[in-house]
Design a protein around this ligand. Structure first.
Ligand code: ADP
Ligand code: ZN
Length: 773
């Protein structure tokens, strides 16, 4: 186990095993089999990857999807492990090379699809090969109860007979009893120990709201809580996917559609962008996700209620696999419930199967409707008891309830009097006293319940009806146009023997339901290093053509910001830094940190000047003159070039071409001291060029002058130093973005709620006035 611990640290960069990982590793090392049930993100892969590195021979990993295989292989290679996948797209030369690598003992893990593994040709090859272990990933595919049934999985039992001395491990995140039994049976793991982990995903915040205008609610959620984060939005239909993706794009978000109706090329392209770029939102049908192992997905939003808790859990579980805070957001409405019920009742399945599916659907609906802790309900579904979690909407903002007995009685009694043959909309019309032709024809305007519900709106009554369904007082008759019917449980309520507590009918203000936001990055300085590391990561990932998180996860970069490593041994203390990664990227990371510590790092600047960098002769000439001057000044004052003026300041000077002293204040890297010393000289070089500045930059220059005056005025009023009113980066960001609303303003780093409350309106006014002028 000593060695396993070392590999965990040195190769994968993690300080300790999580949960049952150590036990599982030990079991395989002993040569025993294992069945592992761990929720998505629990860390299943390491359970067989570490033994694969320690045992003789090659580990064969069965995986149902090419995307899954490729992702795992990319991760392993990034950690310096020789691993590969063979699938239909692998060129024959590569296959031959892999065979050589296996026989020479250098390849440690080989990922294959089940079809290939059970082919006689492949088995013959294995017969003459030392296999360290078989890992069967996504093992629920073996079961028809599982949601991704793959018949080929059922043949994998032959491994037990053909290779009795090779340990086998089956892994899955789906835990219901039937699936588990199937896995054991088909994979011949009856005697293998089971390692069942808690299904809790404590870093995921659960938030469920009722739908009124789903699109708008989604946009609000993303803009207010999740801006700039990558996430997945699930919709039920392809049409919705297209529509929502377009809608989000119109609102300036980076959203891409994904569904089975798109060409393979587009799908691959969109998936690639999702995994390789930051801040991309994929809007998808459930077709999306299984092969995607992106640990830094910050939110999963469901615009429609999923058909079961298993589906919901698997989909929402794609958020926050790196353990950092993430949000599962769900927007549910009656229509989806009815639609899903209809789908089930009209499907070809047996009545027995339909019953199971309806039960699963109802369980999901309960999670939406509950006023209790959502996590408690979810975990109970997976057979786990737990306390209220403190990290879901109901825990943080317990919904108030009121005694709705009388209202409910009215509804139930009206349902009864119209003969339990009409849908909710009709019953509500009767309650509200609408004399429609149909109602009159049916004589329902003569009922004692006609018009007794005039005090509530249509919407409120629908809400009551929904809650009654959730509480099990009413049922929808699927064979009869969704007619409302009373259940047994309705009787004591009608007889006045039982009170009913309802959630408020009026919507609570959305603002009170905001998730705890991540308070990590506090200072502007930290933000700058964080952004620099992220930019470096994107560039690195592009160069290597791997997803950004394969280079380093967010958690690792955060620790870099927090710990500011100075040397290789500091790096070893950082989460996620294995030897291979230190060897490959260590120096670059140390350089970035060193630059940051020395104060010369400026990201926004490099971003901003990219377009000017190689551009025109005017810029080249100005840069040349500034460079010459800097060399001269450094010699004259006997200091380093950097001490005169950092590289970044030069490019910024070219891009911005200051005309007056005040303009110089806004140049990166020129503090008071440097300005006092060199300001005049710099200005004398730049000023002649400022005439040819383009309109947009000129405009910013003018704006920044006004802004500086305004800040100076505020500072005087408040008797505070100017930087405490607004820092330079915030001022520059204001000039670049010219925000028009308070929400836009919120996007700008350095604007917290306090600042916005204090200066927001005034700044917007000023920006408005400036733009008019
Ligand atoms: P699963 O397959 O169970 O969904 P993964 O094996 O992909 O989960 O692991 C999820 C994430 O957790 C990955 O980023 C992985 O590197 C990380 N991880 C796994 N084990 C550990 C550990 N012991 N310490 C820290 N991180 C870990
Ligand atoms: Zn809770």
């Amino acid at each position: 186990m000593q060695t396993a611990q070392h590999i965990l640290h040195d190769t994968f960069g993690y300080p300790e095993f999580r949960g049952k990982q150590a036990d599982i590793v030990q079991t395989l090392l002993r040569g025993d089999n294992a069945l592992v049930l761990m929720p998505t993100g629990g860390g299943k892969s390491l359970c067989y990857q570490i033994p694969a590195l320690m045992r003789d021979g090659v580990a064969i990993v069965v995986s149902p999807l090419i995307a899954l295989m490729d992702d795992q292989v990319a991760n392993l290679r990034a950690a310096g492990v020789h691993a590969a996948a063979v699938h239909s797209g692998t060129p024959p030369e590569t296959v031959r090379q892999l065979a050589d690598d296996i026989h020479s003992g250098s390849l440690k893990l080989l990922y294959v699809a089940p079809e290939r593994l059970v082919s006689e040709r492949f088995l013959k090859f294995l017969d003459n090969t030392t296999v360290s272990l078989f890992a069967i990933d996504e093992a629920h595919c073996v079961s028809q109860w599982g949601h991704d049934f793959r018949p080929e999985y059922q043949q994998l039992g032959l491994l037990a007979e053909r290779y009795p001395h090779v340990p086998r491990i089956a892994l899955t995140a789906t835990a219901d009893a039937e699936t588990r039994a199937d896995i054991k049976h088909y994979l011949k793991l009856e005697n293998a120990p089971e390692f069942v982990s808690s299904f809790d995903r404590p870093n995921i915040y659960y938030q469920v709201i009722e739908k009124n205008n789903g699109k708008k609610q989604l946009l609000d959620f993303i803009q207010k809580q999740m801006h700039g984060q990558s996430g997945i939005v699930y919709c039920l239909s392809r049409r919705n996917v297209e529509e929502i993706a377009a809608f989000l794009c119109e609102h300036g978000l980076h959203a891409l559609p994904y569904h089975a109706g798109l060409s393979l090329e587009i799908r691959q392209q969109n998936q690639h962008r999702f995994t390789h770029e930051d801040n991309v939102i994929v809007v998808a049908t459930v077709a999306f996700g299984m092969g995607i192992d992106k640990p830094d997905v910050r939110f999963v939003a469901h615009l429609d209620m999923p058909q079961s808790i298993e589906h919901f859990y698997q989909e929402s579980g794609r958020a926050g696999r790196d353990g950092l805070p993430a949000v599962s957001w769900l927007c549910y409405g009656m229509n989806t419930l009815l639609l899903l019920k209809e789908r089930i009742t009209e499907s070809q399945a047996s009545d027995f199967q339909k019953q199971i599916e309806l039960q699963k659907l109802n369980a999901m609906f309960d999670v939406c409707e509950t006023a209790a802790c959502r996590r408690q309900l979810l975990l109970r579904h997976f057979g786990e008891q737990s306390e209220p979690c403190g990290n879901c909407d109901n825990c943080l903002h317990p919904p108030a309830k009121f005694d709705g007995t009388e209202i409910v009685q009215k509804l139930l009694s009206c349902v009864y009097r119209v003969g339990q043959r009409f849908a909710a909309s009709y019953v509500i019309e009767v309650l509200r006293g609408k004399s429609t032709d149909w109602i009159v024809q049916n004589g329902h305007d003569k009922l004692s319940t006609f018009g007794i519900g005039d005090n509530l709106s249509d919407k409120d009554w629908r809400n009551v009806a929904r809650q009654c369904i959730g509480l099990g007082l009413l049922n929808n008759d699927m064979h009869n146009y969704q007619a409302l019917m009373l259940t047994e449980a309705a009787k004591p309520v009608l007889r006045g023997e039982q009170t009913v507590l309802l959630r408020p009918l009026k919507r609570e203000k959305a603002a009170t339901k905001v998730a705890k936001t991540d308070t990590w990055l506090r200072t502007e300085r930290e933000e700058r290093l964080w952004q620099a590391l992220r930019q470096w990561r994107v560039a690195r990932a592009k160069a290597d053509d791997v997803p950004a998180y394969v280079i380093f996860g967010d958690k690792t970069l955060r620790e870099v910001v927090e710990k500011l490593p100075k040397n290789q041994s500091d790096l070893r203390e950082i989460y996620g830094m294995g030897e291979a990664k230190i060897g490959k990227f260590g120096d670059e990371i140390l350089d970035i940190v060193a630059e940051f510590v020395s104060g010369s790092l400026n990201v926004a600047q490099s971003e901003k000047t990219v377009s000017h960098q190689h551009s025109n002769p005017r810029d080249d000439e100005l840069l040349r003159q500034l460079t010459v001057w800097r060399e001269m000044a450094a010699k004259r004052d006997d200091v380093s070039l950097h001490a005169v003026c950092p590289e970044e300041s030069l490019t910024d000077l070219v891009a911005f071409t200051p005309e007056q002293m005040v303009d110089l204040n806004m140049i990166y890297g020129l503090g008071e001291v440097k300005l006092g010393k060199y300001g005049k000289e710099i200005l004398s070089i730049c000023a002649p060029f400022s005439g040819s500045l383009n309109d947009e930059i000129k405009y910013k220059q003018l704006f920044l002058r006004d802004l500086q005056e305004w800040v100076a005025m505020k500072a005087e009023e408040a008797e505070l130093p100017e930087f405490q009113i607004l820092g330079k980066p915030a001022m520059r960001a204001l000039a670049n973005k010219l925000p028009e609303t308070l929400d836009d303003l919120r996007e700008i780093h350095g604007f917290d709620d306090e600042k916005i409350a204090e200066y927001g309106e005034e700044l917007l006014e000023m920006i408005g006035a400036f733009q008019v002028a």
